[in-house]
Design a protein around this ligand. Structure first.
Ligand code: AMP
Length: 506
């Protein structure tokens, strides 16, 4: 079925229910949102777009983002939501690779794109422009029927290594992702709000669908940015609101001096990167039992495993520390396995690659048969993440295989060292990498934001972890390299480290 049906039905059945809010104000009810989507669909049809054609959205979070997304689905088209903060050349690559003929862009970003627009792009429509207004005044059409296997969203990976790949997410995939969220993470009630402070082109966008299905209010911050003061004000304005955020964003909320009454918060969902145990403790102190975690990737959108609010909050449980350091248990709708090199299931406690199979797993990578074949084998998604199950089904992620350090023949998982260093109260952020070394193969190097003395950090490591795991060098920096989603870029850090070393030698 076409995902757009949820919105069309809501527009008929609950026309006056608020659907979109801009800050504190209702921006559109369900009738208005559904009507807008049907007219955008009409404009796409009139422009000659056929079911399956791709249309890109390169926009900051905006109240019309959701109308455009649903308008594309309504017309049977595939959406290509790209990160608005990418460089024009990167956006040009995504536009060309996806073959998008039309692109909706925030005003300002359209000029950035036009400098790099590929020949295949026929129209660049700036949201709010006269051309956009003409799109909104087209005649509405009925929802175009779609099968579960039809492409709904080309999800370009963040491309921390090499060119981004387009994970093909079908209507079935997104339907399952929406139900999985409601069943296993956050059972939203009709009318419950969700705050889209993180980019709609990525994780937050995946949480639009369950909230449309449940007649929720999609709240867009007016600032268009991640501002703790504004976010706290919106929690007060919209009680029972949930939000998805990367761990670095949750950390900013925890550290903010602004006032926040946590009772208004339904669920703060973190994911996309590890959250250190010390940070979880601080978040629990500040927000109470309202935190949940999800582990997923674009290829199985937001849906591989989840750690429930109850598990996060159960501080008295004898295994709480292990559990809160894990990524939780498999969602009901997927099989998750830790596999050996041949993909055979390993026993609890054994470390291997995390594999995942189910209706939420992508159909493959767009126009990339080699990457599709090496990532999807017998229906199993090879995530590239390394981890282990415990006997109770909790999945602990180690680092991605390329981030693991091999020093003197022993494996060192950076996260384990990072967890220890963060226990020092003068360490704000830390990232541990391997530096090539003639004697050891690699040595452990810690990049630290904070002003702890390296002797103290060394003593802390000696008291908690094996000697060979402790960093040989500490580098104190003002900030760590991060991508637009707030993920620490270890590849960049390794490159910077190599450049620094060269400078020191030269
Ligand atoms: P992306 O496709 O850009 O969302 O990146 C997905 C990757 O982020 C996964 O393959 C993991 O390496 C990492 N990731 C996602 N969720 C978590 C989590 N809860 N804890 C640790 N790493 C995560």
């Amino acid at each position: 079925m076409n995902l757009a049906l949820w919105l069309e039905r809501a527009g008929h059945a609950h026309p006056a229910a608020p659907a979109i809010a801009l800050g504190a104000k209702v921006h559109a009810d369900y009738a208005t949102l559904a009507g807008k989507a049907a007219r955008i669909a009409g404009a796409m049809r009139a422009a000659g777009m056929k079911p399956g054609d791709r249309v890109a959205i390169v926009a900051k979070n905006h109240p019309d983002y959701i109308a455009i997304l649903y308008g594309l689905w309504h017309a049977g088209l595939a959406a290509v939501p790209a990160n608005a903060r990418l460089h024009g050349a990167e956006l040009g690559y995504i536009l060309e690779h996806s073959g998008a003929r039309i692109c909706f862009a925030s005003s300002g970003i359209d000029t950035e794109i036009s400098a790099h627009a590929p020949k295949s792009l026929e129209r660049l429509i700036a949201v709010g422009s006269p051309e956009y207004e003409r799109v909104l005044s087209a005649d509405a059409i009925a929802v175009t029927p779609r099968d579960g296997d039809d492409l709904a969203w080309l999800f370009y990976t963040s491309g921390t290594t090499g060119r981004p790949k387009g994970a093909m997410l079908t209507h079935r995939n997104l339907n399952w992702a929406a139900h999985a969220y409601l069943a296993d993470v956050d059972p939203a009630l009709p009318g419950d709000p969700i705050l889209h402070a993180a980019p709609l082109s990525h994780g937050s966008g995946i949480y639009v669908m369950p909230h449309i299905a449940r007649l929720g209010v999609n709240v867009i911050p007016e600032s268009g940015a991640f501002e703790p003061d504004e976010i706290f004000r919106l929690f007060a304005r919209w009680p029972r609101m949930s939000m998805f955020a990367a761990p670095t964003m949750i950390k900013r909320l925890v550290d903010s001096p602004a006032e926040c009454d946590p009772h208004n918060i339904r669920t703060l969902i973190w994911g996309g990167a590890p959250m250190y145990v010390e940070d979880v403790k601080k978040a629990l102190d500040r927000f109470g039992p309202r935190l949940a975690q999800i582990y997923g990737q674009g290829e199985s959108p937001m849906t591989i495993s989840t750690l429930s609010k109850e598990d996060v909050a159960a501080r008295d449980h004898p295994r709480w520390l292990d559990r809160v350091g894990s990524a939780g248990r498999a969602y009901a709708c997927v099989e998750v396995r830790v596999g050996d090199a041949e993909g055979r299931a390993l026993e609890p406690g054994e470390i291997g690659e995390i594999l995942c199979r189910g209706d939420v797993v992508m159909a493959g990578y767009w126009q990339n048969p080699d990457a599709s074949a090496s990532t999807l084998k017998d229906g199993w998604l090879h995530t590239g993440d390394v981890g282990a199950f415990d006997g109770e089904g909790y999945l602990t992620l180690k680092d991605r295989s390329k981030d693991m350090i091999i020093s003197g023949g022993s494996n060192v998982y950076p996260r384990e060292v990072e967890e220890v260093l963060l226990q020092h109260d003068k360490v704000r952020e830390v990232s541990v990498i391997g530096r090539p070394d003639q004697e050891w193969g690699e040595v452990v190097v810690a990049y630290v934001v904070g002003d702890a003395a390296s002797g103290e950090l060394d003593a802390l490591c000696l008291s908690r972890i094996a000697r060979f795991k402790r960093p040989k060098h500490y580098v104190f920096v003002d900030a760590l390299p991060k991508n637009n989603y707030g993920k620490i870029l270890k590849t960049d850090l390794r490159r910077l480290d190599a450049e620094q070393k060269e400078k020191a030698v030269g």
